[in-house]
Design a protein. Structure first.
Length: 96
Protein backbone atom coordinates (compact mmCIF):
# COMPACT_ATOMS: atom_id res chain seq x y z
CA UNK A 1 0.00 0.00 0.00
CA UNK A 2 1.25 3.46 -0.90
CA UNK A 3 1.90 5.48 2.28
CA UNK A 4 1.89 8.82 0.43
CA UNK A 5 -1.15 11.06 0.75
CA UNK A 6 -0.81 12.45 -2.79
CA UNK A 7 -0.90 10.99 -6.30
CA UNK A 8 -0.25 13.05 -9.41
CA UNK A 9 -1.40 11.60 -12.72
CA UNK A 10 -0.87 14.59 -15.05
CA UNK A 11 2.34 15.06 -17.00
CA UNK A 12 3.36 18.57 -15.85
CA UNK A 13 4.16 17.62 -12.24
CA UNK A 14 5.55 21.04 -11.22
CA UNK A 15 2.52 22.91 -12.55
CA UNK A 16 0.20 20.46 -10.79
CA UNK A 17 2.12 20.79 -7.51
CA UNK A 18 1.74 24.59 -7.76
CA UNK A 19 -2.01 24.12 -8.31
CA UNK A 20 -2.23 21.85 -5.26
CA UNK A 21 -0.39 24.47 -3.18
CA UNK A 22 -2.78 27.18 -4.39
CA UNK A 23 -5.81 25.11 -3.38
CA UNK A 24 -4.29 24.26 0.01
CA UNK A 25 -3.42 27.85 0.87
CA UNK A 26 -6.01 30.10 -0.84
CA UNK A 27 -9.56 29.10 -0.11
CA UNK A 28 -12.68 31.08 -0.91
CA UNK A 29 -15.01 32.12 1.84
CA UNK A 30 -17.90 29.70 2.30
CA UNK A 31 -21.51 30.38 3.20
CA UNK A 32 -21.89 27.94 6.10
CA UNK A 33 -25.68 27.75 5.69
CA UNK A 34 -25.66 26.74 2.01
CA UNK A 35 -22.15 25.34 1.65
CA UNK A 36 -21.66 27.50 -1.43
CA UNK A 37 -18.43 29.42 -2.03
CA UNK A 38 -18.61 33.19 -1.76
CA UNK A 39 -17.79 35.16 -4.92
CA UNK A 40 -14.45 36.35 -3.58
CA UNK A 41 -11.44 34.03 -3.97
CA UNK A 42 -9.14 36.09 -1.76
CA UNK A 43 -7.00 34.23 0.70
CA UNK A 44 -9.24 33.18 3.59
CA UNK A 45 -6.86 30.71 5.20
CA UNK A 46 -5.52 27.29 4.51
CA UNK A 47 -7.39 24.08 3.94
CA UNK A 48 -6.16 22.68 7.25
CA UNK A 49 -7.25 25.89 9.05
CA UNK A 50 -10.75 25.53 7.58
CA UNK A 51 -10.87 21.84 8.51
CA UNK A 52 -9.94 22.74 12.09
CA UNK A 53 -12.46 25.60 12.37
CA UNK A 54 -15.29 23.41 11.03
CA UNK A 55 -14.22 20.36 13.07
CA UNK A 56 -13.61 18.24 9.95
CA UNK A 57 -11.18 15.43 10.79
CA UNK A 58 -10.42 14.39 7.22
CA UNK A 59 -11.09 15.12 3.58
CA UNK A 60 -10.05 13.68 0.24
CA UNK A 61 -9.78 15.82 -2.89
CA UNK A 62 -9.73 14.62 -6.49
CA UNK A 63 -9.22 17.10 -9.32
CA UNK A 64 -10.46 16.17 -12.77
CA UNK A 65 -9.07 18.08 -15.74
CA UNK A 66 -10.15 17.42 -19.31
CA UNK A 67 -12.13 14.32 -18.26
CA UNK A 68 -9.12 12.70 -16.55
CA UNK A 69 -8.04 12.54 -12.92
CA UNK A 70 -5.16 15.00 -12.61
CA UNK A 71 -4.38 14.47 -8.92
CA UNK A 72 -5.78 13.17 -5.67
CA UNK A 73 -4.74 13.94 -2.12
CA UNK A 74 -5.90 12.99 1.37
CA UNK A 75 -5.82 15.31 4.38
CA UNK A 76 -6.32 14.52 8.04
CA UNK A 77 -7.50 11.45 9.85
CA UNK A 78 -10.31 8.94 9.45
CA UNK A 79 -10.56 7.88 13.08
CA UNK A 80 -10.31 10.37 15.95
CA UNK A 81 -9.77 7.60 18.51
CA UNK A 82 -6.88 5.82 16.78
CA UNK A 83 -5.64 8.90 14.85
CA UNK A 84 -5.42 6.66 11.76
CA UNK A 85 -4.68 8.79 8.70
CA UNK A 86 -6.85 8.84 5.61
CA UNK A 87 -5.75 6.74 2.67
CA UNK A 88 -6.84 6.46 -0.93
CA UNK A 89 -8.87 3.42 0.09
CA UNK A 90 -10.84 5.29 2.80
CA UNK A 91 -14.56 5.24 2.14
CA UNK A 92 -16.64 8.29 3.02
CA UNK A 93 -20.27 8.16 4.05
CA UNK A 94 -22.38 10.99 2.72
CA UNK A 95 -25.67 12.39 3.90
CA UNK A 96 -28.32 14.19 1.92
Amino acid sequence: MNKSNEKIFGEDKEKIKAHINQIESHLPGVNLETGQPLPSWEEKGSLTDLMTSLNIPGVSIAVINNFEIEWIKCYGIKDATTQEKLSFETLFEGTV
